[in-house]
Design a protein around this ligand. Structure first.
Ligand code: HEM
Length: 397
């Protein structure tokens, strides 16, 4: 596949803003998507283990229920947060994304159903565990495997997209066009690396969880130190394992001594020490988010280099700046997204800190934020539809 064809596959309308901005937003939002992928798979996986222990151990009984709840919310967040990198990748790497969606079309459809069935079964698992039903472990395992499989499909799209030199061979093996859409070519070590990262993430989460519950009188100290020690063991083990697999991965793609790889090795080493020694787990989590941003940037670094060597440079993408949509995007992001997330997060925080009961109507800050949010949402809806109809009729009448 030469640069001529790749460039022809680009959107002739060009990009609405500087490509580097889309690239940075891609790195940022993929890291957020990944954070919740790891948290959901990690807490789900650990809840399955807890399911076996909870009959004889009270601590595991509480923890399992909470892990299930965490996983349930994280899946919805990973889906929402997955949309953002999808949009950014479509803007600057559209030849790659759309070609892969054609070559593996059947898998795209399978992905949707897997996610639908997997997430629905997760709810079944959640309620079955609440009732202590005998099918809960089986249902939970199937839901877990389906979601892990969703990750495999996503991974296949990601790695096939960066191998344009193989697209023709996949499209027409031995010169015969294959329209089945069944191409499926994983890169095993890379996939294992991303799945394994779920282990340290759930470990860090448990450390945060015990730090958070310290001020809550409904939980006794024994339970808090139990969850802290489980969290520390899991995160330390998980970071060591992730480092080893990351080294295998960089070796397999010939980037063992790349400066970027070395920075990530060192950050894993510091995470191993921090998760073991640091008392304030919130700080180690913030540092981990920086490490995750590095990993996300590393993925992009690999893709950018491969594509650039083929002569496809995203920075040369034709530019057609559209201030109106940029302003709309930024205002939505800051006003609706910023205030909305702060509102929900502060409410969740206060619920946890108030021994499980929190009357939001009596809290001045939360009530003010809720009112502001309602106003912003109403104004946003009016502007969005008014603007949309104006653009539609301006162009068509
Ligand atoms: C349980 C469901 C999911 C899991 C476990 C999962 C996991 C993953 C993993 C592991 C990767 C990295 C693959 C690699 O680089 O090798 C990835 C990439 C990605 N995921 Fe997800 N994902 C899930 C659902 C979604 C959904 C619903 C969306 C979109 C709405 C999404 C959007 C993306 C995007 C855009 C990428 C990057 C693709 C690229 O740039 O090549 N994911 N996902």
């Amino acid at each position: 596949m030469d640069a001529g064809i790749l460039n022809l596959l680009r959107d002739p309308a060009g990009v609405p803003f500087y490509p580097v901005v889309f690239q940075s937003l891609y790195v940022l939002t993929w890291a957020l998507h990944a954070l919740f992928v790891f948290l959901s798979l990690g807490s789900m996986g650990l809840s399955l283990y807890g399911g076996f222990k909870q009959k004889t151990d009270k601590n595991w009984e509480i923890l399992t229920a909470h892990l299930l709840q965490t996983g349930k919310i994280s899946v919805s967040l990973l889906i929402v947060l997955g949309v953002a990198p999808l949009l950014f990748t479509q803007v600057i790497y559209d030849p790659n994304w759309y070609t892969i969606n054609t070559l593996s079309g059947l898998w795209v459809v399978i992905f949707i159903y897997c996610l639908l069935v997997g997430y629905s079964m997760y709810y079944w698992y959640y309620y079955a565990n609440k009732k202590q039903s005998s099918v809960s472990k089986l249902v939970g395992t199937v839901a877990f495997l389906l979601l892990v499989f969703c990750g495999l499909i996503m991974h296949v799209f990601s790695v096939q997209a960066i191998q344009p030199e193989k697209w023709m061979q996949w499209y027409a093996p031995n010169g015969i066009v294959d329209t089945s859409g069944t191409n499926f070519h994983p890169e095993t070590i890379r996939y294992i690396f991303f799945m394994i990262l779920s282990i340290p993430v759930v470990g860090l989460f448990l450390q945060n969880y015990s730090d958070f519950l310290k001020s809550n009188k409904s939980f006794d100290e024994k339970f808090i130190s139990f969850s802290r020690s489980v969290g520390t063991k899991i995160s330390t083990f998980g970071f060591i394992l992730s480092l080893i697999i990351f080294i295998f991965w960089t070796y397999s793609i010939d980037r063992l001594y790349d400066i970027f790889s070395i920075v990530i090795y060192l950050s894993f080493v510091s995470m191993i020490l921090l998760s073991k020694k640091l008392n304030n787990s919130y700080i180690s989590t913030i540092i981990f988010i920086v490490v995750l941003l590095l990993i996300s940037a590393f993925r992009e670094y690999i893709r950018y280099n491969i594509m650039n060597n083929l002569g496809y440079d995203i920075y040369q993408y034709p530019l057609n700046i559209e201030w109106a949509s940029i302003i709309m995007f930024l205002l939505t992001f800051l006003s609706l997204g910023g205030v909305g997330v702060t509102f929900i997060a502060s409410m969740a925080w206060k619920v946890g800190k108030n021994n499980g009961y929190f009357d939001a109507s009596k809290d001045k800050m939360v009530t003010t934020m809720a009112n502001i949010l309602l106003w912003i949402l109403s104004i946003w809806c009016i502007v969005y539809f008014a603007w949309g109809f104006f653009t539609l009729f301006k162009n068509s009448l």
